[in-house]
Design a protein around this ligand. Structure first.
Ligand code: TRP
Length: 329
C-alpha cells in the first residue's frame, strides 16, 4: 500500500477549488492507500491570524473534511500542530535547505507582493515545513492542486538531498498526484486566476443557496460572442470549467452550443450554474452544520488522529536522528 499525505491550510472556509483540486482526490484515495489528511495550522500562522480566530478556522476545516466524506475510521485525520515531531524534522531539514532556492520559490515571490509588510521567515521556509509534513510519513503520493507542484518538486529535492548527504535510501521521493487527468486548477468567478480563499472570487462549501446565487450572478463574463464558433473569452471559459465540474455533460454541451451559435444568454447560464452548484454543495453544507454541532465527535476524531499521526512521525524522527548521528549515551 502506498502512503498518501496531504493537507489544507486553515485560513478560511473551503471552497469549490479546494474540493475539486484536492478533496475529491482524497476521497478516491482513502480506501486503497495508507492516507494521512491534516489541517496545516502551523502554515496558517504565516498570515498572523488572531488567537480568537485560529481555533475556529481549524474546527471549520476539520468539519468540512468530514462533511465531504473523509472517513477518520479509514484515513488518519489530524491537526498539524498536534504532531510536534513535524517541527523537529522541519528544523533538521532547514539545515539542508538553501536560502537561494527558497527565495526563488514562486509562492514566496507572490507572498512578497501580497503582504510586503509581513515577509516573515516562516514564509521563506514554508516549503521546508511542507516537505517535513510529507516525508515524516514517508509518503509516496501527494494529492494537491496545480499551485503546489513546485512545492512538491522541492520536497523531492529535500528528500533526495538527505538521502545523498547521509548515503541512505531513507526517504521516498513523493509525487504530486491527481486521478487520471492533469493537476486541476479551478478558476474564480472574477474572470482571471484561480479560486482562492482570500481573493473574494470563490464559492464556499458552506455558502447558503442565496449567497451562491448572488455570487454566481455577479460573476464576470463578456459582451457575448461576435462570431459563430469563436472560442470563449477567459472569464466565460472559467464559468464553463466550473460548470463542467458540477453540471451534467448535457447541460454543459447545451450552453457550449449556444455559445458557438452566438445565442447564449449568460444570465441563463449563470442561473443554471448557480442551481447546479447548490445541488452539489447543499448536502455538504448540512453535514458541516451537523458535525460542527457535535463537539464530542470532533474531539474524538482529533485525539485518535493525533495518536496515529504521532506514532508514524515519531518513528521517522527517531530514525532520522540516528542517521544524522545523534546517539544516546
Ligand atoms: N501548501 C499547501 C496549500 O497551501 C498546504 C500544505 C501544507 C500541504 N503542508 C502540506 C499540502 C503537505 C500537501 C502536503 O494548499
Amino acid at each position: 500500500m502506498d502512503t498518501v499525505v496531504s493537507g489544507i491550510r486553515s485560513t478560511g472556509n473551503l471552497h469549490l477549488g479546494n474540493y475539486f483540486g484536492a478533496i475529491r482526490n482524497f476521497l478516491k484515495m482513502q480506501k486503497e492507500n495508507n492516507c494521512f489528511f491534516f489541517i496545516a495550522d502551523y502554515h496558517a500562522l504565516t498570515t498572523h491570524p488572531k488567537p480568537e480566530d485560529l481555533h475556529g478556522n481549524i474546527k471549520q476545516v476539520l468539519a468540512e473534511y468530514l462533511a465531504c466524506g473523509i472517513d477518520p475510521e479509514i484515513a488518519t485525520v489530524f491537526i498539524q500542530s498536534d504532531v510536534p515531531e513535524v517541527s523537529e524534522l522541519y528544523l533538521l531539514l532547514n539545515m539542508n535547505a538553501y536560502v537561494g532556492e527558497l527565495e526563488r520559490t514562486a509562492s514566496f515571490k507572490e507572498k512578497i507582493r501580497q503582504q510586503p509588510d509581513n515577509i516573515n521567515a516562516g514564509l521563506l521556509t514554508y516549503p521546508v515545513l511542507m516537505a517535513a509534513d510529507i516525508i515524516i510519513h514517508k509518503a509516496h503520493k501527494v494529492p494537491v492542486g496545480k499551485d503546489q507542484e513546485q512545492h512538491l518538486e522541492m520536497t523531492r529535492h529535500f528528500a533526495r538531498r538527505f538521502n545523498m548527504m547521509y548515503e541512505v535510501k531513507y526517504f521516498p521521493e513523493p509525487d504530486a498526484y491527481n486521478f487520471g487527468e492533469e493537476l486541476t486548477k479551478i478558476p474564480g468567478l472574477d474572470g482571471t486566476g484561480k479560486m482562492g480563499k482570500s481573493e473574494g472570487n470563490g464559492v464556499f462549501l458552506s455558502d447558503t443557496p442565496q449567497e451562491i446565487r448572488k455570487k454566481v450572478m455577479r460573476a464576470v463574463t463578456d459582451t457575448g460572442p461576435t462570431k459563430p464558433g469563436m472560442a470563449p473569452s477567459e472569464p466565460v471559459k472559467n464559468l464553463f470549467t466550473i460548470m463542467s465540474m458540477v453540471s451534467d455533460p448535457q447541460t454543459v454541451d447545451f450552453f457550449r452550443e449556444k455559445h458557438a451559435s452566438c445565442e447564449i444568454r449568460y444570465g441563463d447560464m449563470k442561473k443554471q450554474l448557480a442551481e447546479d452548484i447548490i445541488l452539489f454543495t447543499e448536502p455538504i453544507r448540512n453535514r458541516i452544520m451537523d458535525i460542527l454541532a457535535n463537539n464530542k465527535y470532533l474531539s474524538r476524531v482529533v485525539s485518535e488522529g493525533a495518536e496515529k499521526a504521532r506514532a508514524s512521525a515519531s518513528r521517522t524522527v527517531r530514525e532520522v536522528r540516528e542517521i544524522i548521528g545523534y546517539r544516546s549515551f
